[in-house]
Write a protein that binds this ligand. Sequence first.
Ligand code: ADP
Ligand code: MG
Length: 605
Amino acid sequence: MAEVIKLMSEALANQIAAGEVIQRPASVVKELVENSVDAGADKITVNIKDAGRTLIQVIDNGCGMSEKDALKSFERHATSKIYKTDDLFCIYTKGFRGEALASISSVAEVELKTAQEGDQTGTQVIFSGGEFVSQSPVSTPKGTNFAVKSLFFNVPARRKFLKADSTEFQHIITEFQRVALTHPMIEFYLYHNSQTVYSLPKATLKQRIIAICGKNLNQDLIPVEIDTSIVKITGFTGKPQSAKKRNDKQYFFVNNRYMKNPYFNKAVLLAYEKLISPDTTPPYFLYFEVDPRTIDVNVHPTKTEINFENASDIFKLVQAGIRETLNKNDVAPAIDFDNAEAASLPYFSKDMEIPEMPRETFNPYYNPFESTRSSYTPGSYNTTPQEKHNLENWQKLYSNVNENENIPFFDGGKTVSEDEKKIIQVREKYIVSPIKSGLMIIDQYRAHYRVLYNKYLLQIDNNADSIQKLLYPEKLSLDTLSASMLYDLRDEVLSIGFDLDFTDITLPVLKGIPPYIDKNQAVEILTDIIDNYKEEHGNIQTSIKDILAKSLARRQAVKAGRPLNAQEMNSLIDDLFATGEPNYSPDGKTAVVILTVEELEKKFL
Ligand code: ADP
Ligand code: MG
């Protein structure tokens, strides 16, 4: 039976910024689970009661501890993982301060059962409020079983400071996910009040990511492999079309430890420049391996921020490496190319298949009769295959439009036949029309967003109490964090017509939806609502009706890049002005600009 725990020298202890180790139940989960990983376990089970107030139990099948070590592990600076100062710079394991167990046992009742390979009996050690209570032989399987009860029972101020159970449990999930995402070859279980929250078999990294973050990611992940002398980066990054507002699926790990790193985050975002809309960010799961001597993990007591010696070089490697990864995968820009859902409004016929137009295709100065002088030929610029395809489709369609509908065409915009108002579309984005006082320019997306938003607000109010029962209730595949947020929001979403069954909190089942929406949209809309809730950190400021109306409207509003015919443009303008608030989109962005004749005249002075 090996005794492996030594006491650190006082000097070494002081070298380590101690800080507050245990701030909340989630900190206990993190420390115990990391110890289990360090102990070489390949199966770790976490049992939580009442968001950790009543019980936090972590059971592993790792190496276990000897009788003596079991006792010693509670001493401050007891660690088997670091003996001398030099080791501090070579940290691969998770724990190294040797103070977690001492801290936990000083603010809770801790019961430890542990046994090593080949032990006849194991040992049980009990501590309460920092005091040794008992040690006795016990029958227990190989491995370690920590039960932490009544956390902060002797620190009432601390206990009172804890947030709502749902919040504390979310913190626990977050810590659990971070560890599970770094060890796909370990089986993990998380139970809350005897319900299964996660059951994660051994898996590949990609399977593990999907098991934790939801299967929607399955199509979206591109493998990353960046190998240089100062850093090796593996993992996955999202395709541009998977970028979202408020993306919370962004993870960096270094030497298998989760880290926050706003600086490298910036590098990733730069790699996506021009591929995604600037208000969105992609998901990513990036695992850095560096020589541990080139990082300082002690800048923050909870160790999520890490200083890199070669930070600026790594920044460039990340940016270039991810960009290259994206290029190699031949990803088409997502910006303005998101397949605008065919809106269900009368003026946008559903089966009108219109290929998306590549940007920068039309040269307003192009004159087909002056081929020698023209420096521009459509398709001659450096196109990706996707753009080329779009372009060809567009050219076909364009000739059809001209033959069949007789709509004159110039400069990338369209004019309409004489009997209708003069109106053109510019860059598939703006609708321009002369008015008495000058020129009116409308942003087509924002205008349509406004129209639909007002329409939906009315509809939501009119249908306040009606729910369309689903014939086949649908299980929602949400990640656990989202599911628990949805649970918190159950009354609000019910008030707008979403009827959910939470028999299993982690697996909400959709039983009814608002009568005016499509079943297919329901999940996306709920996700939107949850995202909003996340962004507002759990307090919905905006009314749920407002969020719903915006979500529905945004989803269906005609995007930039969508050619509109004259009739569509005219109806859109009519509807926009009929809302009575045409000037701004529901997000407060300018939807209409008027260039007055005076302003025009000034430009010609
Ligand atoms: P650290 O992890 O920083 O070494 P801790 O206070 O977390 O300090 O743990 C103290 C020691 O107790 C560890 O170094 C390890 O030897 C032992 N230990 C803790 N948890 C386990 C476990 N699950 N299995 C085996 N040994 C453990
Ligand atoms: Mg530890």
